[in-house]
Structures are given as C-alpha cells and as structure tokens.
Design a protein around this ligand. Structure first.
Ligand SMILES: [Ca+2]
Length: 426
C-alpha cells in the first residue's frame, strides 16, 4: 500500500468547487459540508518511547520493547509516519496535557505545582476545539478519558469541548495505591473510553459532521490493571532484558486493543479518506515499576532516565501521524513535539486567522506531505521543555530551570540540554 490515502486524492476530494469542471459531478450540499477533515488524537499515559513493539528508529533494534506486543500500534506505524524524535512538552502528565490543548509550553504560563493564579491567563488561550469551531462551526469536539487539569478546576467543556467524560484525573482510572496489579473487566477504563469514542464517531458520521476527538488513556500509568486473558497471553511471550513483567505487558496489550478498535471504526465507516490520527504518549516511561522482576537493562533503554526527568527518557515518546497524504510506513527524523499538534490541525482544517503569537509549536504539515523530510517553522529555532516544580524547590532564579533542547534548524540529532540564559528569556 503506497499510502493510507493520497494527498492528491484528498485534495481532489476537498477540492474545491472551483475545479468543478474537472469533476465528474458536482458535490451535493451535504457532501460539501463533509469536506473538513476529522481529527483523532490518541494520548497514552507514561508510555515509553520503547514501550511498544514498534521500532521507533528502524535503524536501531534497541528502540522497541523486547517483550510487549502491540500489533495495533504497529498498524498505525504501517499506515502512516513515525517520528524518531517525537517529544512531549513536559516529563509529567498534567503540564503536557495543558500544553497540547493550546500549543504552548507550560513554561509560558509558569506552570508550577501549586502555583497561585496561573490558571487565569491560561484559560484565555485559544484551544484546539475553539480553533476548529472558528475554522468551521460544524465541527463537533470531544474528550474522553484522563483530563488531569490538577490545580485548576476547569472542565473540558469550559475549554471548548462539546462532549467529555468531565473533570477526570488519575483517580478516575485507578491511580497509584488503588490495588493493582489486578485483573478486571475494564482495565484503566480502556474499553469504556473506546466505546464512547466509537459511538461519538458513529454519531458524527451519521450526521455528516466533521469531528475532533482526543482519546486520553489512563493506561499505562500506575496502578497496573489488565484483562485476565491478556495476562494469559503475555505470560506466554518471551521476556526481555529490559521488559519482563507480564502484568505490565498485559495492560499494554489492552490499551493496544482499544487503539485497534478506534482504527477499525474509522475504517468501517470509510472515514480514513478524510481523517488524521495523531498518536503519542504524554511523557516518557517510568524508570522503576513496583513488582517488576530485576532486569538487565533500564526500562527505557537506550534512553537515559525516565518520567519526570529532563533527559531523553522523560521526554522522548512514541509519535505517529496517519492521514490523507501521509506516506504509509514512512519515517521522519525531524524533531516534533506535542506543541505542534494545534498548529498542524489548524493548517489541515483551513484555519484562516493568524494563530496567537504565544504559540510555541509549529505546523508539521510540510513534513507529513514530503515523506518526512523538512523543517518545522516555530517561533524559536529550538524545542522547549519545562519541568514543573514546587515553589519551595530550588529554582536557580526565575525561569532558569526551563530547558531548551534538541535540534538546530537543520533538524540534526538531538543535542545538549542546557538551561536558558537570561538574555534568551522572553
Ligand atoms: Ca503521564
């Protein structure tokens, strides 16, 4: 298969009543309303860059799990483009989620643990669902699963979503200390989230409405819950030198099954010709796992450190995009970040207004439509990450613990991580 759906076909499908003479028939009014693309963002929780069976860098055999099996995430990679250098904006759950929604680094809003007053400015920012409704008022938007806007009681609806699971957090999906590892019917709410997502997609397809849905899984955050049948399978698999805990493999298998059901739904409805899927994790994998047998290698090997760290193990995450015009099975070495999702969706949805100056991400569209080659134009020629801290923790002055990292404009390999200088703060 050359392509999930070719760019040429996509342009032909959206395109443009002005080209009507080239088309075999005129679009009906209902069809013209369906021209805006659909968007699905699948966010896993604490999933390592090497936490699936997808080889994140095809030239490096170390860059996948040596135990877990995730055939549906493999399907995503085969259907679209995987980025060898995909990054989360922060090494923790909450700041990354807040950043994705507005395309801005958490450092811009001085996201700290327990910081007073910072939510006020954040709530005034343009969000993905608000942006889409400005692009086309027909868009229907939904958020299912883990919201996790701790320290701020704002709901998904208040940030622009039409439909959601409400003000959810780790506690909703079986947080640490709730009793795992354990077999349950709906581990980490995976299948309830998936069912609501598929029902939502069904409804929009029936009504001919373009949609945006973010599927925010609680898996594979602790505690560990799984289906018994998944554990029965994972116990049969060959264990690895870095991954060797059957219960965690089973939970990973379960979230993979949920992802597969969403792919199947989109295909069953024939929506793959006009739907983009973004898949990433909210931060790197945990370095330690309670109850895991001793392993020869670190859990995020070959990356250094893990969740909470500003090293690659905390920030580098699986990152895959599929959609019309994105070459199937392609690989890009261009560094990208979750901050790029908002401007990319804006570009694909035909958002006409200027995006806010405070945006830190950039559209990766030209990379997606150029077989993974190209640069991402952002407001600054580097990626920004932010480690939230408590006010009482040593700060080294103001924002100086903000970290800039990664690439030069030529998109070279990730480089040194260093504190931002005073002269660079803006
Ligand atoms: Ca997380």
């Amino acid at each position: 298969m050359a392509c999930y759906f070719s760019r040429r076909d996509f342009l032909r499908s959206i395109g443009t009543l002005a080209c009507g003479a080239m088309m075999t028939r005129n679009l009906t009014a209902k069809e013209s309303k369906q021209q805006s693309p659909n968007f699905v963002v699948i966010l896993t929780d604490d999933q390592s860059w090497v936490g699936s069976s997808v080889l994140m860098d095809p030239k490096d055999t170390r860059t996948r799990s040596d135990y877990y099996q995730t055939p549906h995430i493999e399907r995503l990679a085969k259907m679209g483009m995987r980025f060898t250098q995909g990054y989360s904006p922060a090494p923790f759950c909450c700041p990354t989620r807040r950043s994705l929604l507005i395309g801005q680094t958490p450092a811009r809003h001085i996201y700290q643990k327990d910081q007073e007053n910072w939510p006020k400015e954040y709530r005034r920012q343009l969000t993905i669902p608000q942006m889409l409704k400005q692009a086309n008022p027909k868009y229907i938007t939904a958020h299912f699963g883990k919201w996790d806007f701790r320290f701020d009681n704002v709901t998904p609806e208040e940030m622009g979503y039409d439909v959601s699971d409400g003000y959810t957090g780790n506690f909703t999906g079986g947080a640490k200390g709730t009793g795992g590892p354990k077999a349950v019917d709906d581990p980490k709410k995976i299948f309830g989230i998936t069912r609501r997502t598929c029902d939502f997609i069904d409804r929009q397809a029936q009504n001919g409405k373009p949609f945006f849905v973010q599927v925010s899984h609680y898996a594979v955050h602790l505690d560990i819950y799984y289906q018994q049948e998944s554990l029965d399978k994972s116990r049969m698999w060959q264990r690895g030198r870095k991954h060797n805990m059957p219960e965690f493999a089973a939970m990973t298998n379960d979230v993979d099954l949920g992802i597969g059901k969403v792919i199947d739904k989109i295909k069953a409805l024939g929506l793959q010709t006009n739907t983009y899927i973004f898949f990433m994790s909210d931060n790197g994998g945990r370095l330690t796992m309670p109850g895991q047998p001793e392993a020869e290698l670190d859990r995020n090997h070959p990356l250094r450190n893990g969740k909470g760290s500003m090293y690659e193990g905390g920030l580098r995450v699986p990152f895959i995009v599929i959609g019309p015009g994105v070459k199937a099975g392609s690989v890009s070495k261009t560094p990208v970040t979750g901050l790029d999702i908002l401007p990319t969706i804006a570009d694909l949805a035909g958002y006409k207004k200027a995006l806010p100056d405070s945006l830190d991400g950039g559209p990766i569209t030209n990379v997606l439509f150029n077989q993974g080659i190209g640069h991402v134009q952002r407001s600054r020629p580097f990626l920004l990450f932010h480690p939230p801290r408590r006010p009482e923790e040593p700060a080294d002055g103001g924002h100086s613990r903000q970290i800039q990292a990664c690439q030069d404009l030529a998109g070279q390999q990730a480089g040194a991580v260093r504190p931002i200088k005073k002269s660079e703060r803006g």
